[in-house]
Design a binder for this molecule. Structure first.
Ligand code: SF4
Ligand code: SF4
Length: 345
């Protein structure tokens, strides 16, 4: 697989040219934060950023998606027959996502693409995506990717990894998809040994800058019922306002709700992201709610990520260490603290 070096201007021009073959998504500055948007004529990509506030999860798994359409008109020969709504599964390139977010897609993949269950739309969009990661030269104080199987230059789940070498990008192709994308870019030259060793230095320096560390290795051996019945959940949940920010921003939260909406005689079956932090999330048709208390919902979020997932898949925790929930929880509930509580129980 090739390693190519591009000047930053060359790279930005190159990705514009990709638009004829891919839907291209890039980070842009939006107010105080960054977000991914579709690259268009007026878009100013900004790869000089720490991370987007919202993960790129929605580019594969939209917040809201029409699954099926149906007619409620009794005179319609297709009355009440569900037909799949039109969707776009064309090739897309996500440029500049962070390695923790590529790891996030792999975590979700274990749930949405396994021998027992495949989510056909998630799988098709994921397979149509080329993920061009950007290594983190300056990880945030809330990043703990290296404690959960990742790292600021982790390659797993990416098709290309970019190294920011000040005035250049070194682009390392990691898969056939990545090589195909790089081959479509004009300019660039084969990376020299000097550039390759500079990239290694940048990577090593970044790994040493990760100051936030937690031990997730003990969770698998814990007794699930002892953790479930642990005394710390009520205290932990006390300040939570059930806003759902943590789940909404998280690259690895996958829960959804399905609703039918009818306007006149045309119906849509829509899938929307949902959150275990919301009181209605587990409300049964009978009126019974097994998680009516706030502490039960907070416990569910952390037990799912840090114990049920661990036990079910035997492949780490359901968290990529991106630190978003730590940064944006309005009452400072910190998953790293929860891991410590669970470790010490
Ligand atoms: S972001 Fe914080 S306050 Fe909001 S639901 Fe999550 S844990 Fe609770
Ligand atoms: S649980 Fe928090 S730190 Fe972990 S992936 Fe989700 S938002 Fe990031």
């Amino acid at each position: 697989m090739e390693n190519k070096v591009f000047s930053k201007d060359e790279w930005l021009e190159g990705i514009k040219a990709l638009q004829s073959e891919y839907k291209v998504f890039v980070p842009v500055k939006a107010g105080d934060f960054h977000k991914f948007v579709r690259l268009e004529e007026q878009t100013i990509p900004d790869l000089d950023y720490q991370n987007t506030r919202l993960s790129p999860k929605s580019l594969v798994y939209p917040e809201s998606e029409r699954m099926f359409e149906f007619s409620t008109d009794e005179n319609d020969p297709d009355y009440n027959i569900l037909k799949e709504a039109q969707k776009d599964f064309g090739p897309q390139a996500i440029i500049g996502l962070r390695p923790c977010d590529a790891h996030g897609f792999l975590i979700v993949k274990r749930n949405f693409d396994n021998p027992e269950y495949k989510d056909p739309w998630w799988v098709r969009r994921y397979e149509a995506s080329t993920l061009v990661g950007l290594g983190c030269n300056e990880p945030c104080g809330t990043c703990f990717c290296s404690s959960v199987g990742g790292g600021p230059f982790d390659e797993e789940g990416l098709d290309v990894l970019l190294f920011d070498l000040e005035d250049q990008y070194l682009a390392k192709a990691l898969t056939e998809k990545g090589s195909t994308l790089l081959a479509k870019l004009d300019g660039g030259s084969e990376a020299s040994d000097k550039e390759l060793s500079k990239a290694e230095e940048v990577k090593k320096a970044a790994q040493e800058k990760i100051s936030s560390k937690v031990d997730t290795s003990k969770l698998a051996d814990k007794d699930v019922l002892e953790l479930f019945n642990a005394p710390f959940w009520e205290d932990l949940a006390f300040a939570c306002i059930n806003c759902g920010t943590c789940t909404f921003l998280c690259p690895t939260c996958w829960c959804f709700d399905i609703q039918d909406e009818v306007y006149q005689k045309i119906g849509d079956r829509i899938r929307n992201w949902d959150a275990c932090m919301f009181p209605l999330f587990t409300l049964h048709g009978s009126g019974h709610n097994p998680r009516s208390e706030k502490f039960q919902r907070v416990r569910q979020r952390f037990m799912h990520k840090l114990k049920y997932y661990v036990d079910k898949y035997g492949n780490g925790v359901q968290c990529s260490g991106c630190g978003r929930c730590v940064q944006f929880c309005p009452v400072n509930i910190d998953i790293r603290h929860v891991i410590e509580l669970m470790n010490s129980h």
